[in-house]
Each structure stands twice: as structure tokens, then as C-alpha cells.
Design a protein around this ligand. Structure first.
Ligand SMILES: Cc1ncc(COP(=O)(O)O)c(C=O)c1O
Length: 387
């Protein structure tokens, strides 16, 4: 399969999926794959979810788009659901990187300060501001000068953070579980210090929940899982279950800095996108679904730890809810190739981490099928290494 008309910025596998049902994807030959990726944390409710399909169909027949020159009660409705009883307000956009761009602009406008402390190995997106917030030089390389003012310090390191804070620091910008960086959860004691430092230095605490949000860790937001109240939260991925939509939630006290004309987006929060988001939030934000994610997450960690306890090539198994990383010593390529051959889709993160983001609606039976495939594959790789 060769792409003749596409720029080569993606490393695409020679598989094309043409339909999906629940947690399974089907390729052009009708081969069935179990999906432990959710399209990189997007299809949290799986594929062809009937309520989502009909919400989108109904809206498609009514009205797709009106600009943000006019009222849009769907925006109010979705914002209310996302905010719950938090003292926050919402801005809608179309992607994770845009939600983070909005956050960066709001931070600077509100504080009048330039410096934002972000973390090594973080990932916040590909546009200039979000790319500059990203703590991976490989993402910056070749693109000239990045946006000034970002300082990157090691994640989970209090001393480094304290040392980086200056008079010009406006905010601390972080993922609670670094996703692309290798499924690295924030340490709870460290996070408590981060919150304390933000409080004592008057810094905004900004949490990028583009990957951890929308039920992934067993609560609507990972900030609930960690029991913190950020000043700004950014969302995308799972918010539309595949329809492009992002959001920034910001404390009401920041609202005056985002007055008319400060920021905007042509498509942001359009009716088609928000008809999906409205249904997504209603389906995800229920005690049943979120409780199940928490339980399935614990089950998965235990199952993998037990099944892989004799695998010296496994360094650590970690995560929260259905965001799980299996770090290997080395040799991740053959493992990923075997899993594809076994018709299981997983993701890679960092250098050598297998990242699992199964749809949140997965049954325990399907989950076990996938986990067994992973245990079998890693066991076979170990046995082959021993020969
Ligand atoms: C934590 C985080 N922030 C931001 C982004 C960028 O999102 P998008 O690709 O929708 O721009 C991603 C994408 O992987 C992400 O994982």
C-alpha cells in the first residue's frame, strides 16, 4: 500500500479499517481486530455506538454549523455538563493542541507574565505554542525558534520545580499521566507539592486532560481521580468520540481576560461537533460507566502483573483506570509486530512502553482476550530470548 498523494509525515501501517462495531475494527479483507487504542484515546465509547450515531444523524439533518456570532444553546448545554459544580467556564475548539493554545494565551493574558513551567517528556500538541510546551526535543527539532518562555523540568521532581519558579512564572502546565511520554503517572505526594507551590507563588495550575479526560482514569477527569482543582483544564480526544472537538475549561475568575475579540475559532463548538459531545458526556459521566472503568483498570493491572511476573523483559506495569503502560527493557518492535499478527491493536509510548487505551465500554471478557494475547506474546518473546 503506497501513498502517492500524501505527505509522508505519518508512519502508516499497511492496514486500512473500514468499519467498526463496539470494541472491534474490521479491515478491507473483513479481518477483525480487537482495539486497545480507542483511536489514541478517542473512541472511548467504542465504534458505531447507536445513541451517538443517531444524535449525529439527527443533527446532520437539522443544521451543521452556525458561527460564533450567534447563540448556540448546545454549547451552553455541553459546557454545563462538563463543568458540573465547578466554578468554571468553557471555550470550545476542535483539537487538543488548540485547547492548549487557548490555555497558553489565557495564562499570559491573565497574568501578564511570560514563563510557563512544563515537564520533560510531556506532550501537548503540534502547533507552535503547544509544541513549545511539549518537553521533547524531537518534537521541536528543525522548526526554528520555539515560543519563548517555556521551561521544562523533570516530572515528579519537587526540587527541580522549586528551582525553576521565578518572578516571571505564570503557570505550571502538566499532564497528570504523561501519555505519549510513556504512561507516567504523577506521584501523588509530588502533585500535592505542585498544588501547594502554585498556591503559595500565585501560579495558575493547568492540567492537560486531552488524553486523561473523558472517563479514561475512572472519573470524568483525572484531576478528580487525583482530587485536585486546576485553574484550567484542556480536553479533546474522547470528547467527540471521533468527531473533532476540544475544550478549555477555566476558572470563572479568569473570564475577564478572555473578553470579546481575544480568541476564537470558526468551527469551535459547532452544532454537529457538539451534538456528538453532548451525547458522549451523557454516556460517560455515569457512576456505572466510571465505576466499571475503575474496576476494569484494577483488574487489568493485577492480571498483567500476575501474568507477566516471570518476564524479566517487563520493567513496570502502571497506570490508572483504562490508561495502562507496560514498560519493556528493550525490543518493543517484535512485540508490537506479534500483537498486530494476533489482531490486537495497541500503542507505543516513550521508547519502550506498550500503551493500552481500550474503549471504556469494553467487557471483561474482551479485555481478558486482549490481556491474554499480551501476556502470551511477551512470554514467547522471553522464551525466544532465553534460547
Ligand atoms: C496530552 C495531550 N495533549 C495534547 C495532544 C494534542 O491533541 P491533538 O492531536 O488533538 O491536537 C495530545 C495528543 O496526543 C495529548 O496526548
Amino acid at each position: 500500500m503506497k501513498n502517492n498523494y500524501l505527505l509522508p509525515n505519518y508512519n502508516k501501517m499497511p492496514i486500512e479499517f473500514v468499519n467498526g462495531e463496539d470494541v472491534y475494527l474490521y479491515d478491507t479483507d473483513g479481518e477483525k481486530y480487537l482495539d486497545f487504542t480507542s483511536g489514541i484515546g478517542v473512541a472511548n465509547l467504542g465504534y458505531s455506538q447507536p445513541d451517538l450515531v443517531s444524535a449525529l444523524k439527527n443533527q446532520a439533518e437539522l443544521l451543521w454549523h452556525t458561527p460564533n456570532l450567534y447563540q448556540n444553546s448546545l454549547q451552553e448545554k455541553v459546557a454545563e455538563k462538563l463543568i458540573g459544580n465547578r466554578d468554571m467556564l468553557a471555550f470550545f475548539c476542535n483539537s487538543g493542541t488548540e485547547a492548549n493554545e487557548a490555555a497558553i494565551k489565557l495564562i499570559r493574558k491573565h497574568t501578564g507574565k511570560n514563563q510557563i513551567i512544563a515537564f520533560e517528556d510531556s506532550f501537548h500538541g503540534r502547533t507552535f505554542g503547544s509544541m513549545s510546551a511539549t518537553g521533547q526535543s524531537a518534537i521541536h527539532d528543525g522548526f526554528g525558534s520555539i515560543v519563548e518562555g517555556f521551561v521544562h523540568v523533570p516530572f515528579n521532581d519537587s526540587q527541580a520545580l522549586k528551582t525553576a519558579i521565578s518572578e516571571d512564572t505564570a503557570a505550571v502546565f502538566l499532564e497528570l499521566i504523561q501519555g505519549e511520554g510513556g504512561v507516567i503517572p504523577a506521584d501523588e505526594a509530588w502533585l500535592a507539592e505542585v498544588v501547594q507551590l502554585c498556591h503559595s507563588h500565585g501560579l495558575l495550575l493547568v492540567v492537560d486532560e486531552v488524553q486523561t479526560g473523558m472517563g479514561r482514569t475512572g472519573n470524568l477527569y483525572a484531576s478528580d481521580t487525583y482530587n485536585i482543582q486546576p485553574d484550567i483544564v484542556t480536553l479533546a480526544k474522547g470528547l467527540g468520540n471521533g468527531i473533532p472537538v476540544g475544550a478549555m475549561l477555566a476558572k470563572s475568575s479568569l473570564a475577564a481576560s478572555f473578553g470579546p475579540g481575544t480568541h476564537g475559532s470558526t468551527f469551535g463548538g459547532n452544532r454537529l461537533a457538539l451534538s456528538a459531545a453532548d451525547k458522549v458526556v451523557a454516556l460517560i459521566d455515569t457512576p456505572e460507566l466510571l465505576g466499571n472503568v475503575e474496576e476494569l483498570g484494577k483488574f487489568s493491572l493485577n492480571y498483567l502483573r500476575e501474568g507477566l511476573k516471570n518476564c524479566p523483559n517487563v520493567v513496570s506495569i502502571r497506570g490508572k483506570g483504562l490508561m495502562i503502560g507496560i514498560e519493556l527493557t528493550e525490543g518493543i518492535e517484535p512485540v508490537l509486530a506479534s500483537l498486530i499478527a494476533e489482531k490486537l491493536l495497541v500503542l507505543r509510548a516513550g521508547q519502550s512502553v506498550i500503551r493500552l487505551l481500550p474503549p471504556l465500554v469494553i467487557s471483561k471478557e474482551d479485555l481478558k482476550i486482549g490481556l491474554e494475547k499480551i501476556i502470551d506474546t511477551l512470554t514467547k518473546v522471553r522464551e525466544a530470548d532465553e534460547k
